[in-house]
Design a protein around this ligand. Structure first.
Ligand code: FE2
Ligand code: FE2
Length: 280
């Protein structure tokens, strides 16, 4: 079988059932690449062990961080917070030979290529406001009022930035600069834990949660940076949607209770070669 560009996210290997799914993740050929779009685990050692296992199996592994990798749990021997934790994750990936948002963007030359695969880390900034609110403060207040508050508020520390949205602003600036410098000869596959556009969050059961799911600062990146596909996760709602003619793939595994409800885990998903478009 010819090589394929595959993707998965939200492996959450703290769950034994999910570890079993990861154990079954195998390439279909020696040329397959695997994109891992964040939320591998919370504990540093679990992230490392999982990426090491996948790196042994796939020709290339490309990782972008999720919010869970950036949590600092009280019982994790790696107690780093914020930017320092992210940098340590990047260093660990480099040791394993896993590509990160800090490395040169690789070019997929297999089936459906050539395309530049760009793993991104831009976080969120609360700008996907809760319904009926227009500022971060109002939006957050609404979330606390209705009791829908992301655990990131307690565990994802933005150090040395004053806030998660300030960290996001810095990441937006540096990431935009890098994407603008990519050779325009090829289309791109943009990989980010959070959706680059807001629309996929409109189906959330609790709309107040959307403020932890992205930023309006990336709303036109799929058009500006020539995306042939955008790969994301975080929502735990695996599906394909189209925005401005660009295919968006939510590639999450999710928690066992979520994927069991759907019957079986639908991972990994094929990014390239492009599946035949839905004829409807
Ligand atoms: Fe997740
Ligand atoms: Fe997430």
């Amino acid at each position: 079988m010819a090589g394929r560009l595959l993707a998965v996210s939200d492996l959450h290997v703290g769950y034994a059932e999910n570890r079993a799914v990861v154990d079954g993740l195998r390439p279909g050929s020696d040329e397959d690449w695997l994109i891992v779009a964040g939320d591998v685990a919370e504990r540093f050692a679990d992230v490392r062990a999982t990426l090491a296992l996948l790196r042994d199996r796939f020709a290339t592994v490309v990782w972008a961080p999720g919010n869970h990798e950036l949590w600092t749990l009280p019982n994790d021997p790696v107690a780093l917070r914020g930017e320092a934790r992210y940098r340590e994750l990047v260093a660990m990936c480099r040791e394993l030979g896993v590509l990160t948002p800090e490395d040169d963007y690789p070019v997929w030359t297999g089936s459906g290529g050539p395309v530049t695969v760009a793993p991104l880390f831009v976080l969120y900034d609360y700008s996907f406001h809760a319904p009926g609110t227009t500022t971060k403060a109002e939006s957050l207040r609404r979330a606390y009022d209705v009791g829908v508050v992301c655990t990131d508020e307690m565990l994802l520390h933005p150090d040395p930035y004053p806030s998660r949205d300030a960290w996001c602003a810095a990441r937006l600036r540096s990431t935009e600069r890098r994407l603008a410098a990519v050779d325009p000869a090829y289309p791109t596959v943009l990989v980010n834990h959070f959706s680059l556009v807001r629309e996929p969050t409109l189906v959330l059961r609790h709309p107040e949660f959307a403020q932890w799911c992205g930023t309006v600062g990336t709303a036109d990146w799929h058009r500006r940076f020539r995306a042939t596909a955008v790969v994301y996760g975080h929502l735990h709602i695996p599906r394909t949607t189209w925005h401005d003619g660009v295919r968006f793939e939510e590639v999450s595994l999710g928690y066992p209770r979520e994927w069991r409800r759907r019957g079986a885990p639908a991972v990994p998903r094929v990014v390239l070669p492009a599946p035949v478009p839905d004829p409807r």
